[in-house]
Ligand binder design. Sequence first.
Ligand code: AMP
Length: 304
Amino acid sequence: MSLLVVGSVAFDSIETPFGARREVVGGAATYFALAASYFSDVGVVGAVGEDFGPEHMSVLQRRNIDLSGLERLEGPTFRWSGRYSYDLNSRETLDTQLGVFEGFHPRIPEKYREPEFLFLGNIDPDLQHAVLSQVKRPRLVGCDTMNFWIEGKPEALKRTLSLVDVLVINDSEARELAKEPNLVKAAARIRGMGPKTLIVKRGEFGAAAFGATSPFAVPALLLDSVQDPTGAGDSFAGGMMGYLGANASSTIGDGLMRRAIAMGSVMASFTVQSFGVEGLLDLTPGQIEQRYAELKALSHLEAD
Ligand code: AMP
């Protein structure tokens, strides 16, 4: 297995100014795996409940995602619902029902124990650590987290972060984690906690990466229709990690990392154009390449 992701597989109920969907298949690991599946073999570790039927499973199966690490447990599937503001820049979580996620303890199947790339989705940092302790050290470990864990489990999070290579979080999370309002200073502080690279997701403004060399910023595509931003961050991470997985024979240098981050922005752009995971289901390599070219053109400067 070249790329493994652990995280939520969910039923999401979403309201945006442009429409609403109830109980559609979502979850961080779902968005991540769908986006990554265009580049790499990807396996999911997570849990669903008895209410997650074959029609829901088929959303992941149609992209050939390996589901042998997706446990079916007694009880309901994790449910999340949220509502977005008019400009889609802020969202309110209306409800979170942990369901089977409450007692979930990730067990990594034998065949997943040597992943080349591992992504620890936004779950309890103790569980992220439990995943790390079950696998042979991957070439690269990516990680997401959120304010809930930064505030609620700071020590456990620090233990996990000390073992992470690339942390992918949004700007408010970076400021909170570092206790520093300036992003450049926050990045330096966070890199001191373990991650060699910090990637800060900045919503419609793209993403910025802070590593050993000079910072790198990638814009988000300027789209004429955005329907639903749910899962944009997870699709970004999936596109980026999937691209790294596809280029695993190369050393992970600055150039490859930059292209991977750009591919993250490309995959997020497909997600936000439709509701739920719809925008990630039927892409062609040509569509992905075209959008990558559009992204490059967006901030290309001619020589004088
Ligand atoms: P994003 O828009 O990238 O932040 O991701 C949204 C996805 O994260 C939705 O599909 C939700 O099901 C999932 N999600 C929301 N809250 C949580 C949580 N506390 N733990 C795990 N997954 C969550």
